[in-house]
Design a protein around this ligand. Structure first.
Ligand SMILES: *[C@@H]1O[C@H](CO)[C@@H](O)[C@H](O)[C@H]1NC(C)=O
Ligand SMILES: *[C@@H]1O[C@H](CO)[C@@H](O)[C@H](O)[C@H]1NC(C)=O
Ligand SMILES: *[C@@H]1O[C@H](CO)[C@@H](O)[C@H](O)[C@H]1NC(C)=O
Length: 453
């Protein structure tokens, strides 16, 4: 009798308790990782997995001091040998190839990196392109005689569709503003998803928005936000990058008028651990204005341009890179970012120390935030210099329409340099006769773009 009771206890009660406990743990972790509220006890925050952001080390850029490369790299002589002037050049999408090189040194680092990666791998063949399985968030396109053709597009919904269209439109704009007449025919596949492994493995020659240091096969492209970024809904209208810049310039908040505080607004459910660490580090600090954003209640919302009313703007990665960095860099404020794990095309220009310093870097757990903030507050002149470097480097130079167009064309040139097999096998006559030109693709009903053809 006693034995059977004990057996019953072992067979039923123990698994039930273990099961209930596991369920509780899973729920706590799920809650910690997904809650948007600022109400997760810090003990839970220690327990929740860092998830996709487990990497605690920074990306090490080979060329962190590219701004100085300008002086050291010999530039091929050109008739229009003069230095970059934002007043005349920033909006010129038709700079010639030698101006693209001399005006924006260091902008093409990742293209050259991918190029040398693929040249040591015996270049890119059509087979490698065909090997990429097209899933939602991807599109395949071709350039034939300088014209953009859409071969296939896969979108899960409106957000995907808008991002794919924005990317195609940016490429088309860079092509149509190009002064070069001869570009080899080519074909490529891009993804507008946040991460490479959202859509495929790391070894494909795919064009993406951001990569981790170890994802060496992919090619970085500028994000769709340069064309325009819409969350959907008129209340979260952001618009083309240059329009955000225009609104910022229109507000014209001088350094002296800016509030000497660190601002951040965002959702906690992306990269919960890191974002909560920022919240904790800034809590109750006189310099802190860091709050979670609740989209449903519209609580704590401030517009992109209103971030510029603060001297210090925190930048935190989300699921992957955060597309907001370029808006923050447009402010004339000091961007305070943790060591970044995801690389975007312009990240090589970030400088964290020295006379060219254009942002402030803190640890991924924000443990040195207090110390770095205090140093900035104690030396406002040094802080103002970093802010000035940030707009001079990014808003007024490397993130301008001129630089963006130069980058796309350099990407195409780097890509075609190591994919001659693709160029040789582009079925141009088939595309010209039956392919969908980009100009026609944009006229399709939205539904037809989602799964094209
Ligand atoms: C843009 O740059 C090209 C090449 O230097 C030049 O010929 C053209 O005049 C410029 N356009 C404008 C509007 O400045
Ligand atoms: C890769 O492409 C470049 C440029 O077309 C060429 O010079 C080189 O020989 C190619 N390498 C291989 C292994 O095919
Ligand atoms: C911005 O404001 C300053 C004075 O605060 C003024 O000198 C400057 O002309 C203004 N710039 C623009 C573009 O309105």
């Amino acid at each position: 009798m006693l034995v059977t009771t004990r057996n019953w206890y072992l067979v039923r009660i123990v698994p039930a308790i273990v099961g209930a406990f596991s369920a509780l743990c899973i729920w706590v972790l799920w809650f910690g990782a997904n809650s948007d509220r600022d109400n997760v006890p810090s003990l839970v925050n220690h327990l929740i997995p860092a998830g996709h952001c487990a990497c605690r080390t920074a990306v090490s850029f080979q060329c962190a001091s590219c701004l100085q490369c300008a002086a050291t790299t010999p530039i091929s002589p050109s008739p229009a040998e003069r230095t970059y002037n934002p007043v005349y050049d920033a909006h010129n999408r038709s700079l010639d190839a030698s101006q693209c090189q001399s005006f924006f040194p260091g902008l093409y680092e990742d293209i050259h990196r991918a190029e040398s990666f693929w040249s040591t791998k015996n270049n890119i063949t059509r087979h490698e392109l065909d090997d990429i399985h097209l899933v939602d968030g991807m599109a395949r396109a071709a350039i034939v005689q300088g014209q953009l053709y859409v071969i296939a597009a896969r979108a899960k919904g409106e957000d995907h569709r808008r991002k794919i269209l924005g990317t195609l439109a940016s490429i088309n704009r860079a092509l149509s503003s190009s002064r070069a007449t001869s570009l080899p025919d080519t074909e490529f596949i891009f993804s507008i998803e946040d991460k490479v492994n959202d859509v495929t493995g790391p070894n494909h020659p795919l064009w993406v928005l951001a990569r981790k240091a170890e994802e060496e096969a992919v090619w970085l492209m500028p994000d769709f936000g340069f064309w325009a970024w819409e969350h959907g809904g008129s209340e979260s209208h952001i618009g083309p990058y240059t329009q955000v810049v225009d609104r910022i310039l229109d507000n014209n908040v001088s350094w002296d008028e800016k509030e000497p505080k660190l601002v951040w607004r965002g959702k906690l459910s992306f990269a919960a651990k890191m974002r909560r660490a920022l919240l904790e580090a800034a809590r109750d600090q006189p310099w802190g204005d860091v709050k979670e954003l609740d989209w449903h209640r519209k609580a704590n919302f401030i517009s992109m341009e209103d971030h510029c009313r603060y001297r210090f703007i925190a930048h935190v990665e989300g699921r992957s890179y955060s597309a907001s960095l370029k808006y923050r860099q447009a402010c004339g404020s000091v961007v305070v970012a943790h060591q970044l794990q995801y690389i975007q095309h312009h990240h090589y220009l970030l400088v964290s120390s020295g006379p060219e310093q254009n942002f402030v870097e803190v640890k991924r757990d924000f443990s040195d935030l207090q110390e770095k903030m205090q140093a900035l507050l104690d030396d406002p002149a040094a802080a103002e210099r970093i802010a000035r470097n940030s707009v001079a480097t990014f808003r007024d130079r490397y993130l301008t329409p001129a630089a963006e167009s130069c980058y796309w064309r350099e990407l195409l040139s780097g890509w075609t340099a190591v994919s001659s097999h693709v160029s040789e096998t582009v079925s141009s006559s088939q595309l010209v006769r039956r392919g969908m030109r980009f100009e026609s693709f944009v006229l399709l009903p939205s539904q037809d773009m989602l799964h094209f053809p």
